[in-house]
Ligand binder design. Structure first.
Ligand code: M6R
Length: 359
């Protein structure tokens, strides 16, 4: 059932444009978001959103925290479920507790949900598997409709989580009146065009295959970005380390000079996420600092960057989320191609299980 692809992960990367369309279907009209699953009672009196998840789902939660505060003007924070469980968290009734999980069976996320419920919080699950333990327990669920994900390295589930959370942010912003009608219509316009950013353009996969040979024998990778591109950097690094077994870290671009830049030399591979719509000049100057220390730079940007050793040009998008999805696709293909060149089993990476049902 790989339908001609070498790996399920590869097939799932290519499915992303379609599954995003399915995730949006019936939930968006020309000028409003229609999320019947989110009842007025669920959102009444909510001033804070606390998100809890693990792994890739935690990264989509981090993206959502930016979107909730920026678009819906609701205080939002994110916690790793295994940390949240034992920290004796202070929970207040004005908090909507959101868990994010592809499988709906992750032990730590499920336990975090139980803690929130026991504290009397209203709860929402963003989940890909209907009737899973998490879905059964949460007060409300938004299904991500990614379809079955077989690759241990999550790709399409992440894409649909981010799209769903973006919809939730817009929905809450519209309800609270923090997004004006014109902005809402423009956000919806961009959201509906997300599948375009996820189509694998002619020549892109081949180009990434070609340049991946430079990235096999360094002493590590740094993925760097700012704002929502910081969680994308974390996710890019997680994807790469899961299937290539190479050391990779995601970092906020502005944090490099606070320590990690000490690692910079030609064996340090830097994947620089340089969108044009968010903090381009700031990110560029961080990348220049790394280049000055001889780091090998792969720049992903719509704007050509002279100091890059390799450059992947993205489309001329006007919205950060469109840039986000195209760069996400590129980092997934890069992880795939590096892992394939290293001869690894992409779908069944060593030491990992698809669903982590023990803590
Ligand atoms: O099923 P979940 O979304 O709750 O799983 C959480 C993590 O175990 C999962 O995202 C893991 O990090 C993936 N292997 C990432 O590719």
């Amino acid at each position: 059932q790989k339908e001609g692809y070498r790996f399920f992960m590869e097939k799932e990367i290519y499915e992303q444009a379609r599954v995003i369309s399915e995730t949006l279907m019936g939930r968006i009209s020309a000028d409003s978001i229609v999320l019947d699953e989110l009842s007025p009672e669920l959102l009444e009196g909510i001033n804070t959103i606390k998100i809890c998840a693990c792994g890739t789902s935690y990264h989509s939660g981090l993206v959502a925290s930016y979107l909730f505060e920026r678009l819906a003007k609701v205080r939002a924070n994110v916690e790793i479920a295994s940390e949240f469980r034992y920290k004796e968290p202070l929970l207040t009734p004005d908090t909507l507790f959101v868990v994010i999980s592809q499988s709906g069976e992750t032990a730590d996320t499920l336990e975090a949900l139980k803690i929130a419920k026991a504290a009397g919080l209203k709860t929402l699950a963003i989940c890909n598997v209907d009737n899973s333990s998490i879905v059964r327990l949460a007060d409300a669920t938004l299904l991500t409709r990614a379809g079955i994900e077989k690759g241990v390295a999550s790709t399409k589930a992440f894409a649909t989580q981010v799209a769903t959370l973006w919809m939730v942010a817009l929905h809450i912003g519209a309800l609270k009146g923090t997004i004006d009608q014109q902005t809402l219509a423009s956000e919806i316009h961009t959201l509906l065009r997300t599948p375009n950013a996820l189509h694998v353009k002619d020549g892109l996969h081949e180009k990434i295959h070609r340049l991946s040979k430079r990235y096999l024998h360094g002493h590590g990778f740094f993925f760097i970005g700012r704002d929502i591109f910081y969680p994308l950097a974390l996710e890019g690094a997680l994807k790469l380390k899961e299937i290539s077994y190479m050391h990779a870290e995601g970092y906020p671009a502005g944090e490099m000079k606070h320590g990690p830049i000490a690692l910079a030399d030609s064996g340090l591979f830097t994947i620089a996420l340089m969108p044009q719509t968010l903090l381009y000049e700031k990110t560029k100057s961080n990348v220049e600092e790394l280049s000055a220390r001889d780091a090998t730079i792969l720049a992903i940007s719509p704007k050509p960057f002279d100091l890059a050793d390799d450059f992947i040009q993205t489309g001329d998008h006007a919205h950060p989320m469109s840039e986000f999805f195209e760069m996400m696709l590129i980092t997934q293909l890069l992880a795939l191609e590096v892992a394939v060149r290293l001869g690894n089993d992409v779908d069944m990476p060593r030491n990992l299980a698809k669903s982590v049902t023990v803590e």
